[in-house]
Design a protein around this ligand. Structure first.
Ligand code: KIV
Ligand code: ZN
Length: 522
């Protein structure tokens, strides 16, 4: 919680609506498996997010299943499912959220001239009728209905007011105002929310919500302007994930409200000490790296490099620090453990880092930690996080890397001998390639034939020093499907093999899930 209770007022409470698993997951390359979505939902629930938009149930069986499973899992938050204005969408969303303690249907339709004419090919009056029909249908399923005019910030004001009024009359309790294309500026967005609250009959009976995209880098500023104008819900995503340049970043919104209560007397129910863990988890499961200088959760957000800054910090932390690292859950990097550390110490360390593993996953992680400690002098928290994140991501994999030997160097051609466990059977192949990584990938292709194309190969050092673990990211594309795999190891080549195999495993799962239709929702 943000503020001492005596300074809080109920009218100033801002609802945090997280859309990492819907708008965020929609962004190209950010798709997550069901297990990964469940992990993200769990941490969002634990940190005190009020509403988790878990997906777009009509989009695919996988999306439906994710919303449905999250609805069963979540303890406190409301679980929302997105739906277009059609009856099928709304009924499917209602079905998906049924197991939730608190469920919401979020239905939307475009209202801007350009969207109505070219995207929907509907007349404004048809859209107006669809608003009434969709909200009415959603209300027959649940009392908690949110309505959004897509491309709201580019919608003609009189028409927007008519649609909002109709949605309220039909029973919507939340009116979301999307800046779908990230075009607005704070003064304008403020004026839009103010105008709606002043002009629309019944506006005082509903919660206004912001949904701002970051195309011009103003998503957070616009969201806060909306709150100052009377909105009391912010739609946002961890690490600012979302379509194109993303949505307002959850961690920025929460910390801006918390840190600047002197100028913005609003508060949220989010426990900010979860922010770093949530950011790392979302980055790990999407393989979207967090920019080093990203506000709140970037690696450098609390680093002080220059002599003048360090000197100031040593004299008094407030010289250069407006919030403490602890307030967002950053623990100072510490030399944690070595090869003599036992199971108990490792379990305690995992707990401290926020991981709770089942027995099998724990044993696997412990074995890999011991291997790492044998090979790497200093084992840091980041090393353990990389190792465990990979363990969690690959626990159910059908194909596993068992052994790898590589001959590399100036002599060429480089050669890899790789052993894989493919659903319980060990197979070994030797292959050459244009470099060691190419040789490894060729060996994999011989054992697991596939048509996928390598769209990205990226190496990142988890910590500093020449013995640092390498974290490799591999993106594969096959028939319009994209998957991302990760692997970590002090040996970059082993990490590369693991990452490729991780991606292939995901591809196998994805192939089994059919996408009936491609849908768009910014
Ligand atoms: O950006 C947008 O307009 C959306 C809506 C579906 C709310 O994501
Ligand atoms: Zn959006």
């Amino acid at each position: 919680m943000d503020k001492p209770s005596e300074t809080r007022s109920a009218e100033d409470r801002v609802i945090i609506f997280d859309t990492t698993l819907r708008d965020g997951e929609q962004s190209p390359g950010a798709s997550m498996t069901l297990e990964e979505k469940l992990q993200v939902a769990e941490i969002l629930d634990d940190m005190g997010v009020d509403i988790i938009e878990a997906g777009f149930p009509i989009a695919s069986n996988g999306d439906f299943e994710a919303v449905n499973e999250i609805a069963k899992l979540v303890k406190t938050a409301t679980v929302a499912g997105l739906a277009r204005a059609g009856a099928k969408d709304i009924d499917r969303a209602a079905e998906a959220i049924k197991p939730a303690k608190r469920g919401r249907i979020h239905t939307f339709i475009s209202t801007s001239p350009v969207h109505m004419k070219y995207k929907l090919q509907m007349e404004p009056e048809q859209v107006y009728e669809a608003v009434i029909a969709s909200v009415t249908r959603a209300r027959n399923h649940t009392d908690d209905v949110e309505w959004s005019p897509e491309d709201g910030t580019r919608t003609e004001h009189d028409f927007l007011c008519r649609c909002v009024e109709a949605a309220i009359k039909a029973g919507a309790g939340t009116i979301n105002v999307p800046d779908t294309v990230g075009y607005s500026v704070p003064e304008e967005y403020y004026a839009l929310i103010e105008m709606l609250r002043e002009r629309v009959p019944g506006a005082d009976q509903v919660v206004f919500s912001t949904h701002c995209h970051n195309d011009l880098g103003m998503a957070v500023a616009n969201s806060l302007a909306g709150v100052r104008a009377g909105a009391r819900q912010i739609e946002c995503a961890v690490n600012g994930l979302g379509e194109r340049a993303g949505n307002a970043a959850l961690e920025e919104v929460v910390m801006a409200l918390k840190t600047r209560e002197d100028v913005m007397p609003f508060w949220t129910g989010v426990d900010s000490t979860y922010l770093t863990r949530a950011s790392k988890l979302v980055s790990a499961v999407t393989s979207f790296p967090v920019q080093y200088n990203k506000a709140i959760v970037g690696q450098n957000a609390f680093a002080h490099e220059s002599g003048i800054h360090q000197d100031g910090m040593l004299k008094h932390t407030e010289t250069y620090e407006i919030m403490t690292p602890e307030s967002v859950g950053v623990s100072a990097t510490s030399l944690v453990m070595g090869k003599h550390s036992g199971r108990h110490a490792f379990r305690e360390k995992l707990k401290g880092l926020g991981y709770e593993l089942g027995e099998n996953a724990f044993e696997d992680a412990f074995r890999r930690f011991k291997d790492l400690a044998d090979r790497k002098k200093h084992v840091y928290d980041e090393d353990i996080e990389a190792l465990v994140d990979e363990e969690i991501g690959t626990a159910d994999d059908r194909i596993k890397v068992m052994a790898l030997t590589v001959i590399a160097g100036t002599g060429g051609p480089q050669k890899a001998t790789l052993t894989l466990d493919i659903e319980g059977t060990h197979t070994t192949r030797e292959a050459t390639g244009n470099g060691p990584v190419d040789a490894i990938f060729n060996a994999i292709k011989e054992m697991v034939p596939h048509e996928a194309v390598l769209a990205l190969y990226q190496v990142h050092a988890v910590t500093e020093g020449t013995d640092a673990q390498a974290e490799v990211t591999v993106k594969l594309e096959e028939a319009g499907k994209t998957v991302i795999g990760r692997g970590a190891d002090p040996d970059t080549l082993v990490a590369s093999a693991r990452a490729y195999i991780h991606a292939l495993n995901k591809l196998v799962v994805k192939r089994a899930r059919t996408k009936p239709e491609a849908l768009q929702a910014g």
